[in-house]
Design a protein around this ligand. Structure first.
Ligand code: ADP
Length: 464
């Protein structure tokens, strides 16, 4: 240690709880420090000597009653040429109260974060568990709907389907929101061409719009030819939310316009593109706008009959922010609303989406409608559902099913299916292992495998 002597202000000695006589040598100074702080304080002081700067360091000091106080010591080290030594000239402040307060705040924050994560994980697990039976309920109800039914039965089934779909939507949104809050959302950013994703979204919404007598117009301006950096799936989810709201909260005979414009330029010089969804609906009062993006906030007193969860926009804003974008809204009661999102523009690549769609078409045409389907699944009701779907729509197809992963390869070798449907959570092994077995055998590696699972998380998708 290059510092030998301590010279401080009166406050320095008072806070260190020593007299000048007691604290003149650095080893005494160090001896009163908390053992965990000694090295850091020494380094701070040595650096100050080397760089000829002042130092400023927080540490604990044991005072004469044996308790520890938090002290902030700051000062300068002066070279005493005559005595060939370094002298610390410093002052101290007692920061014990502040440190205790800071610790309390940081503990409370950590507790709150832990509780929030636990809540999100619980919701995520629950929603996930609820999705599997919901799919079965909806699947069977859909089959019933296609069969011969009396008028009242048809009406009953319609009710089951409507409420079931609403519940599934709610479960999915809670799952999405809790996943985002638990920090488990995985986003994969890639160039997405606007006109394609807008067209895809409109195709999904158009039947609902027709039911509501609302017209959707995609205005193909030049900006729609451009690409934004986004997660294709998540951006589609966002646009579906905005478009379905624009239809739901519209009036009969109303219009929804979707178009793109040049957006703002970010602080980091990145140009953004704005995707705009404009409707001629009921509009939103100015004072309600700040509430829109809060979970479970439904404003719709003007249209109480419209069904919803109040989660769509809460999910929307989180997804857009996760893709480095922003969301905005302007609205006038009685005239309509304009929701927009801005996402960073990027260079386009090959038109991936069209390529994918074309190759899927090709495979379907080649495979024909008959053949053998192998389904590896341990949930009997899911097997029944697929059996019924095939009986109804592809009666010429043969269904072979197996409950255990270990039998999958042999079944595939024996029956040479044209397609394998595979569940992931099998009783004896994970579906990804079954996939590995099928893909590593020369006789089965060419068979397409479709994984059917409620566990459609991106981590799982990547693994498979
Ligand atoms: P949901 O539609 O499921 O209730 P959202 O989070 O999507 O939930 O929307 C929250 C609320 O914002 C809705 O309940 C509705 O009152 C209002 N809202 C959203 N979009 C529009 C729109 N395009 N026009 C009028 N009101 C809207």
């Amino acid at each position: 240690m290059a510092t030998d002597e301590i010279h401080g202000s009166d406050e320095f000695y008072r806070l260190w709880d020593v007299s000048l006589a007691e604290l003149v040598r650095f080893d005494q100074f160090a001896g009163r420090l908390h053992p965990d702080d000694i090295e850091r304080v020494k380094t701070d002081i040595n650096n100050a000597i080397l760089l000829n700067e002042s130092f400023n360091t927080d540490h604990r000091v044991r005072v004469s009653d044996g308790t520890w106080r938090f002290i902030n010591t700051r000062g300068k080290c002066i070279k005493d040429e005559d005595r060939k030594s370094n002298i610390i000239v410093g002052t101290c402040i007692d920061i014990t109260e502040r440190k205790i307060y800071e610790n309390e705040i940081s503990n409370a924050k950590a507790d709150a974060e832990r509780a929030n994560t636990a809540k999100s994980e619980f919701l995520s697990r629950m929603s996930h568990e609820l999705r599997t039976p919901m799919n079965s309920i909806l699947g069977f109800a859909q089959l019933m709907e296609m069969g011969e039914l009396s008028a009242t039965q048809k009406e009953d089934v319609t009710h089951i389907l409507k409420s079931g779909k609403l519940l599934l939507g709610l479960i999915n949104e809670v799952l999405e929101l809790s996943k985002i809050e638990a920090g488990k959302l995985s986003i994969s950013l890639e160039p997405v061409q606007l006109k394609i994703i807008i067209r895809e979204t409109i195709d999904v919404i158009r039947p609902i719009a027709t039911l509501h007598s609302v017209t959707i117009e995609q205005i193909d301006l030049d900006y729609c030819e451009l690409f934004v950096k986004a997660d294709h799936q998540k951006l589609k989810q966002v646009l579906l939310n905005l478009l379905s709201n624009a239809v739901k909260y519209n009036r009969k005979g109303g219009t929804v316009k979707v178009f793109c414009e040049k957006g703002s330029v970010r602080a980091d010089q990145i140009q953004t593109i704005r995707i705009i969804v404009n409707d001629t609906g009921i509009g939103i009062a100015q004072e309600e706008i700040p509430k829109l993006f809060t979970p479970f906030q439904r404003i719709g007193s003007l249209m109480p009959e419209v069904e919803g969860t109040g989660l769509g926009l809460a999910v929307t804003i989180k997804l857009v922010e996760a893709m480095n974008g922003t969301v905005g809204v302007e609205s006038k009661v009685g005239e309509g609303s304009t929701f927009w999102i801005e996402l960073p523009q990027c260079e386009g690549q090959v038109d991936r989406q069209e390529r994918l769609t074309d190759s899927t078409k090709h495979n379907i045409e080649k495979s024909g409608l008959s053949g053998t389907l192998l389904y590896i699944e341990d949930n009997q009701s899911n097997i029944e559902l697929v059996k019924k779907i095939l009986a109804e729509h592809r009666p010429e197809m043969l269904l072979i099913s197996g409950t255990y992963g270990k039998n999958a390869l042999q079944l595939a070798l024996d029956h040479k299916p044209g397609l394998v449907l595979l569940d992931l959570n099998l009783p004896d092994m994970h579906g990804s292992e079954v996939l590995g077995l099928l893909k590593s055998n020369i006789k089965t590696m060419e068979i397409p495998v479709v994984v059917l699972s409620a566990d459609a998380m991106s981590g799982q998708i990547k693994k498979c």
